[in-house]
Design a protein. Structure first.
Lengths: 135, 438
């Protein structure tokens, strides 16, 4: 019983430390937090996570979109065009201009959070990984 | 209304999960399949939600069935019916939500969040009914602790799953994603407590002993499982740039599961000896199959929990292989075993059914192995692509995985066929009149 209670108290303390801690994110210039919040809802409304990932978390039919806006061969124009016209696998989505702009702001936020490319991680001898910092 | 209704409906959702799983996997080899209709964005959540309904209703039915034989009291019928009805309302709402592409939720819970309300209410009733039943048991074996832990923690974690609805939690993407994966990791641990608890109960019941649930080792393993439920979820987010201590704690705690792995190896001979005596029980066969799958999946999980290895497997189908291996190989095997036991099939069955069920059992194990292998192979190939300096296009890489995806679909059909025979047997041969009416 005492072990059970001790574990439960530790779990609650750990949970609240996670809730209250705010990880630092270097947001880009002219970043609009409200717009990005709405963009996250657009991401969920169209269930983008069924096929796409952020930081490797999500579905695996389509590519990871964490850094799609800063990718040299992709970027905003390509993203807009793929969403509007679709691809072989992906149907075309008729987002309103406001939804599209909100979604892009959300993707700017994910891009600002970090780099989702395993090639850039540094491995340590104890098996842990060092993630690269966003400039 | 009895616990049997939970098991019947759970079996129905298992069939739905398998059918939609096969349809969704077919998109991998034929990208335009149902593209203009339901599409992958709806097929995948229907599959996933059906799996969740199978697991949660199956676990609920098993716990009720076991508690009825342990407790001096009976579950309140009105509460039992109301709980079941709330689940059905939620299931109908979730399906309506997906068919109308009204998503709005998070991965694995993509439906409109309003349908979480009947699930939450059903779970509160479950807690009430369980507490009422458990009060009459004086000395609790380990599986009663496991059920209590699973039921209470599920309610807490399910509530945590909707914290994102509050602006405070949604305001920071990294914190939001950390909580999301804390929930996903711990929730699996919560239902595992309920299902593994039922497995311990079944072991004792089939063998006619009381030793499994009362040994010191069983309690040690229970606390180890609980410790992992609470703190090992960080291994899901090694690549998320959140605080280092979250990832390091997840890594350290995950490594304690080697103890469970070594214990399985140590107990192996004993398990094989018992298997010879109990092999005629289908219920026992599925429990033994679950043991083999625990061994394979735990070994895989331990490797994936080493961040340096996770760098190769994260964001690939290796993760799916692990998820499928555990939900089908462990959770479903135990729940099917529970269905055989609690729906009254320990007695001798006629020869044609026995032959057909034996064939289905082996078709299931063989198909699942190929299924697991195809996902792991696709995942490793994708992982190597992710790490290669000269990374080609994503569509080119996916094209290169076609062989594995074909094997995935084929073995998925094998799983559908094998499970269908079991479902038909458990539903058709055991009509409600045989003991399921009020």
């Amino acid at each position: 019983m005492y072990i059970f209670l001790a574990l439960c108290v530790s779990f609650l303390l750990y949970s609240f430390s996670i809730y209250l801690h705010k990880p630092g994110i270097r947001t880009p210039e002219h970043f609009d937090e409200t717009k990005a919040g709405r963009g996250q809802m657009v991401w969920q409304k169209y269930n983008c996570q069924a096929c796409h990932q952020l930081f490797g978390l999500g579905g695996y039919l389509g590519p990871d979109l964490t850094n799609v806006l800063s990718h040299p061969q992709k970027g905003e124009v390509v993203v807009r065009s793929i969403i509007s016209s679709g691809t072989k696998q992906m149907p075309a989505f008729s987002l309103s201009e406001e939804e599209m702009s909100d979604l892009l702001e959300f993707l700017r936020l994910s891009d600002a959070c970090g780099i989702s490319d395993p090639r850039t991680y540094t491995m340590h001898a104890n098996g842990t990984l060092e993630l690269p910092k966003r400039n | 209304m009895t616990y049997k209704w939970y098991l019947y409906t759970a079996l129905f959702f298992l069939f739905s999960a398998l059918s939609f799983g096969v349809l969704a996997s077919y998109v991998y080899i034929s990208p335009e399949f149902l593209k203009q209709g339901l599409g992958f964005t709806a097929l995948r959540p229907i599959h996933v939600s059906s799996v969740l309904l199978w697991i949660l209703l199956g676990a609920t039915g098993s716990v009720y069935a076991a508690m009825e034989s342990l407790s001096e009291k009976k579950a309140t019928t009105s509460l039992l019916s109301l709980q079941w009805l709330l689940w059905m309302v939620a299931a109908a709402g979730i399906l309506y939500s997906y068919l109308n592409k009204s998503f709005g939720g998070r991965e694995y819970w993509e439906f409109n969040p309003v349908w979480a309300l009947p699930i939450g209410a059903a779970w509160v009733i479950f807690v009430m009914n369980f507490v009422r039943l458990v009060k009459s048991i004086t000395t609790w074996p380990v599986y009663v602790w496991m059920w209590l832990t699973g039921i209470v923690f599920f309610l807490f974690i399910f509530s945590e799953n909707y914290l994102w609805l509050f602006p405070f939690f949604k305001g920071n993407l990294l914190r939001d994603m950390t909580i999301q994966w804390k929930v996903n990791g711990s929730m699996v641990g919560a239902w595992n407590q309920m299902i593994y608890g039922s497995a311990f109960f079944l072991m004792d019941r089939i063998a006619g002993t009381k030793s499994t649930g009362r040994s010191k080792v069983a309690f040690f393993m229970y606390f180890l499982g609980l410790f992992n439920l609470m703190f090992n979820w960080g291994h899901h987010i090694y690549t998320l740039p959140t605080e280092k201590y979250v990832r390091h704690l997840g890594y350290a705690v995950s490594m304690t599961e080697w103890i469970i792995f070594i214990k399985i190896l140590y107990d192996w001979k004993k398990a094989v000896d018992v298997a010879h005596q109990q092999a005629h029980h289908f219920s026992y066969r599925f429990l033994l199959a679950a043991d083999v799958w625990v061994f394979l999946n735990l070994f895989q999980a331990l490797l994936m929990s080493i961040p340096a290895v996770n760098r190769l497997t994260h964001g690939t189908h290796v993760t799916v292989a692990h998820a499928m291996g555990t939900t089908i190989g462990i959770n479903s095997m135990i729940l099917i075993s529970a269905c055989f036991e609690f729906l009254g099939y320990r007695e001798k069955m006629n020869r044609p059914w026995k032959k057909l069920l034996t064939f289905s059992f082996w078709l299931l194990q063989g198909s699942l192995f190929l299924f697991w292998l195809s996902l792991n192979s696709a995942g490793i190939q994708k992982g190597l692509w992710q790490l290669s300096p000269e990374q080609g296009s994503y569509s080119g890489m996916m094209e290169g995985l076609q062989l594995w995806f074909r094997l995935l679909v084929l073995s998925g059909i094998g799983l559908l066929m094998a499970f269908s025979v079991l479902i038909v047997f458990l539903l058709k041969k055991n009509p409600v009149q045989a003991g399921g009416t009020d």
